[in-house]
Design a protein around this ligand. Structure first.
Ligand SMILES: [Zn+2]
Ligand SMILES: [Zn+2]
Length: 291
C-alpha cells in the first residue's frame, strides 16, 4: 500500500524490511510492501484464517494444500525439547542436542531410551492452536486493520449548516467481511452497490454516522496510520453533538490519548477549556459538547 508508516509497522511485527515498489504508472504514488515467506507465512495464514473472508480462506487453503508434504527437515526455533522436564531448546527431531544424541546412540546399539523423538509434522504447523481466545480488543484491532485498507473516515455537512457530522464507511466486495464490520460498528444495513462499470464486481457498503461514528473514531484513532488519523481529526473538527450519548475512551483533542473526563476531553484539556471560557477567551481546545 501507499502508506509507508502502516507498512513499516507491519514490517516491525514480522521483523521484515519494507520494500519500495515502483509506481505502476506515471503519476501514481509509490507503494510499499512487506513480504513474509516460508513457515512464517504459513503460521500467519493459519492464525489469521478465521478472521478473513471466505475468499481469502479459500486462497489460504489452496496455498497450503501441498505445503510441507514429505518434508523431513524442520526448524525448531522457539520450541523446547520433547522430553518432559527438559527445557533445553529443541534442535533435531524435536529433541535437544543431548537427548537426540542419547536416542541416536541407543538406536545404533539396539538398546532403548525412555523417550521418543517428536519430529515436527506439517499437521503440527497447520493445526497450531491460537495463542489466545478472540477478545473485544482483537475485534477492535481487526476493524482498525480493515478500515486502514478499506474504510473511509469523512464528514457530512447538511446544506446551510455550520456544523457537520462524522461518517465511517466501508466498501468492498467481500460481503461476509462487510457484514462482520457492520455488526461491530452497529450499522443496521449492508447495501449492495452496483459498480459504474458492469464488468466490475458488486461491492457491499456499511456506514455509520453521528455520535456512533464519533465514538468509533476516537476508539480507533490510536490504532490507525497517519493518513487515517488526519482524516479522523478533520471529520471531528466541527462536530458538536447536542449531548454525548456515549463518552469516548480518549480525549478528542487531536494527538491527545489521555483518558476521557468530560465533554470529550481529558482532565488537562477540560481544565484549559473551562479556564478559557471562564475568562471569556476563545477556548484553545474544542470539546465535543460546548453548551
Ligand atoms: Zn532435552
Ligand atoms: Zn487531552
Amino acid at each position: 500500500m501507499t502508506d509507508r508508516d502502516v507498512v513499516e509497522r507491519l514490517g516491525g511485527y514480522f521483523g521484515r524490511a519494507v520494500i519500495s515498489l515502483e509506481p505502476r504508472q506515471d503519476g501514481y504514488k509509490p507503494a510499499f510492501a512487506v513480504c513474509v515467506k516460508g513457515i512464517d507465512a504459513v503460521r500467519l495464514m493459519v492464525s489469521a484464517r478465521s478472521a478473513l473472508s471466505s475468499a481469502r480462506r479459500s486462497q489460504i487453503d489452496a496455498a497450503l494444500r501441498d505445503w510441507g508434504v514429505g518434508r523431513t527437515s524442520w526448524s525448531y526455533v522457539g520450541m523446547t525439547c520433547a522430553v518432559d522436564d527438559c527445557a533445553v531448546p529443541a534442535a533435531t527431531k524435536g529433541l535437544c542436542d543431548s537427548h537426540f544424541n542419547r536416542w541416536y546412540k541407543a538406536l545404533r546399539r539396539g538398546t532403548s531410551v525412555p523417550f521418543e523423538p517428536r519430529p515436527m509434522t506439517r499437521d503440527d504447523v497447520l493445526t497450531e492452536p491460537a495463542s489466545h481466545a478472540r477478545t473485544t480488543e482483537c475485534e477492535v484491532a481487526w476493524l482498525a486493520g480493515l478500515l486502514e485498507g478499506e474504510g473511509t473516515f469523512s464528514r457530512n455537512r447538511l446544506a446551510g449548516a455550520t456544523t457537520s457530522y462524522p461518517v465511517i464507511s466501508v466498501n468492498m466486495c467481500s460481503r461476509d467481511v462487510v457484514e462482520h464490520a457492520a455488526a461491530l460498528l452497529g450499522s443496521i444495513n449492508v447495501h449492495p452497490r452496483t459498480p459504474r462499470d458492469p464488468s466490475w464486481s458488486v461491492t457491499y457498503v456499511a456506514a455509520i454516522s453521528g455520535a456512533g461514528a464519533a465514538e468509533w473514531m476516537q476508539r480507533l484513532r490510536p490504532l490507525m496510520g497517519e493518513r487515517r488519523r488526519k482524516a479522523i481529526d478533520v471529520a471531528l473538527d466541527d462536530y458538536y453533538p447536542v449531548r454525548l450519548l456515549v463518552a469516548p475512551e480518549h480525549c478528542v483533542v487531536p494527538g491527545c490519548e489521555e483518558p476521557h473526563r468530560g465533554r470529550g476531553l481529558c482532565h488537562k484539556h477540560y481544565m484549559s477549556w473551562s479556564r478559557d471560557r471562564a475568562k471569556g477567551r476563545v477556548p484553545r481546545v474544542k470539546p465535543l459538547r460546548s453548551n
